[in-house]
Design a protein around this ligand. Structure first.
Ligand code: AMP
Length: 613
């Protein structure tokens, strides 16, 4: 992820880059040396500011700012517990419900509740905190890859659509909010925030024009590029896929030094024309590279000075590592930070490590962090048991940042400056080590999520409901679904959901393909709004596929799991499969397959707001 501009810390006098980097690294040293002190101060600061807010009053905090009282009185919650408060704010109640500072906007999380994106309140000053976290990235990186100030970063960054709540607050994803803020748009010149994409191309709401113009500018400046990336691995692969499809047009624009008429946004045209020059030599070079059958190493071929690929490949994004390795000829894949709409959490202090070893150091000034121990099932599904609501005993199990134990897994719980108190983020982390006294965490998984291609996160219950809706189409044929499982297929670009279905057909009328296609579409219509947005607007998810498997396939699957040590008594069909031999087993028994014939319905905003835009 790219870093934000640094503010000069000494009231305007500029330091040399080396001096700035040194100060940043010193900041990291300081906060990781005394994390408990910092956390205590952060909590006291949040609670003293919020002393008068309705939510804390409801729990009887009465202005207390100490940890013990806070932990005794304030419950550990999930989104649904504060949804009524969020709805009041969204509807225009400006009283201090959660936070004493005015809520400036809602950040729409990729986590969902009731099929809609969660709305995270935020306040103006949080932008500063996010900028601070970004500003740590390059000084850290510079220790491992010096000289990055001598060239540019080619990052594919995008904004997404936004909506207004009935009370008039903007609701949009956190990165859209950040790119549209002056912290990003008006950043002073900094060699580390020197990107090939002009701001106008990033801020273009049309995803085709945005991608095209960013790719064009990246190609035009190919020799200057020292690092490439996107936020998530899926986004970067989409950019490469875009290049595969559109290189002839891109080359023609580079050859002529003019922009084709499909790019209609005037500000994008103007910005691109500041970069684009007729360059037949470059056009020939790109044509010959892209025209080769094999795209292995295309990144290092077209952008020969690239030192690393900056994308998140931890969590579900790890499924893209082989594809990235292929396109980049094994360049280092660098995961720099860990963040969410609720709060930006931490940075990777050892960015050149292997993706499987990435750990994030939570920066103790960002929020007050607590950790709920997680106890895993050892079953085949490898699912995680986390109770829906915590009882008193479980609430007492939460530990502070400095009290986590090496090797133990925890669910992250945050208290933020923007009005979330003891909020369960839904991520499971494992303690991998320590930087001074601050723990470093591997990202393990998002709780309960079974399928994810891009920023979509589909859980087992959503999948189950969607499948239940779809099988209604089979009833007239006297057919029932006996077993199913699912798989995130990332061998296609974009990736897509695959469902393996085993049927019991009693009727004699054959089931026509259109019925299965209807099943595909019904599943898509039933999935949450982040999935549907990925299908419709971002085009980051391909059409859902149902693969019908031979009768007896799921028995074979069980036999296989048992041969691997699963207990017969406890065996449950996994609702999602990842393990390659299992996917191969299922694929070897596919009788026919069907795709969703069109996109499901999706509009920006929440269903109940009724305000597309
Ligand atoms: P959002 O809900 O859209 O704000 O996305 C935030 C979520 O994305 C986090 O709670 C994580 O589940 C995931 N995420 C963010 N950064 C990382 C990372 N570096 N590695 C793995 N997952 C991440």
């Amino acid at each position: 992820m790219p870093e934000a501009p640094k503010k000069t810390v000494n009231g305007g006098t500029d330091y040399s880059l080396t001096e700035k980097n040194k100060r940043t690294l010193q900041f990291i040293e300081d906060v990781t040396t005394n994390p408990d002190e910092v956390q205590k101060r952060v909590l006291a600061e949040i609670l003293s500011r919020s002393a008068g807010v309705e939510y804390l009053g409801r729990h009887g905090l009465n202005g207390h700012t100490d940890r013990d009282t806070f932990k005794k009185l304030v419950p550990v919650i999930k989104y649904e517990d504060i949804q009524p408060d969020i709805t009041r704010i969204a509807n225009g109640d400006k009283s201090p419900i959660l936070c004493s500072h005015p809520i400036s906007e809602f950040l729409t999380s990729s986590g969902t509740s009731g099929g809609e994106r969660k709305l995270m309140p935020t306040i103006e000053e949080e932008l500063g905190r996010r900028s601070l976290l970004y500003s740590l990235l390059m000084p850290v990186m510079n220790q491992f890859v010096p000289g990055l100030d001598k060239g540019k970063g080619m990052y594919f960054l995008f904004i997404k659509s936004e909506a207004k709540t009935p009370g008039g607050l903007v609701a949009r994803p956190v990165l859209t909010s950040f790119y549209k803020s002056n912290h990003f748009k008006e950043r002073p010149y900094d060699p580390y925030t020197n990107y090939t994409s002009p701001n106008e191309t990033i801020l273009c709401p049309d995803s085709y024009q945005s991608m095209y113009s960013q790719m064009l500018c990246g190609l035009c400046q190919n020799k200057d590029v020292l690092r490439v990336g996107a936020v998530f691995a899926s986004g970067f692969i989409r950019a490469i896929r875009f290049l595969e499809k559109h290189w002839p047009l891109l080359c023609s624009d580079i050859r002529n030094g003019s922009l084709n008429p499909q790019i209609t946004d005037p500000s994008v045209r103007e910005a691109v024309m500041r970069v684009l020059r007729p360059d037949p030599g470059l056009a020939d070079f790109i044509e010959s590279e892209c025209g080769r059958q094999i795209w292995q190493g295309i990144i290092t071929r077209l952008w020969p000075n690239t030192k690393y690929v900056d994308v998140i490949v931890t969590g579900t994004m790890s499924q893209y590592i082989p594809t990235l390795d292929y396109y980049s000829n094994g360049l280092p894949l660098v995961c720099t930070m860990y963040a969410s709409s609720e709060c930006y959490f931490g940075v990777n202090l050892n960015p050149l490590c292997k993706p499987s070893e990435v750990s994030y150091t939570l920066i103790p000034t960002m929020a007050y962090f607590e950790f709920l121990p997680v106890h895993r099932n050892n079953g085949v599904t490898n699912s995680i048991t986390v109770p829906k609501s915590l009882n008193e005993k479980e609430q007492q199990e939460l530990v502070d940042l400095v009290d986590v134990k090496l090797g133990q897994e925890y669910e992250l719980v945050v208290t933020t400056y923007a009005g979330l108190y003891r909020y369960r983020v839904g991520d499971v982390l494992r303690v991998a080590g320590f930087k001074n006294k601050a723990p470093q965490f591997n990202f393990i998984c998002r709780k309960n999520v079974v399928l994810s291609i891009d920023s979509d996160k589909t859980d087992e219950v959503e999948l189950q409901n969607a499948v239940r809706n779809a099988v209604n189409h089979l009833m007239p044929f006297d057919a029932t679904l006996t077993e199913y499982t699912s798989y995130a297929d990332t061998s296609t670009i974009p990736g897509h959901y695959v469902l393996f279905w085993e049927l019991y057909v009693n009727g004699s009328t054959p089931i026509p393909p259109s019925i299965f296609e209807d099943c595909c579409l019904t599943i898509e219509e039933s999935l949450n709004s982040v999935y549907r947005q990925g299908r419709v607007s971002d085009k980051s998810i391909g059409p859902l596929e149902i693969k019908i498997v031979e009768n007896g396939t799921f028995d074979k699957l069980m036999d296989y799991a048992i041969s691997l040590g699963a207990s017969i008594n406890q065996y449950k069909t996994p609702r999602c499969v990842k393990f390659k031999p299992i996917v191969e087993l299922l694929n070897s028994r596919v009788v026919c397959s069907y795709f969703s014939p069109k996109c499901p319905k999706w509009a920006p905003g929440h269903n109940q707001w009724n305000n597309p835009n």
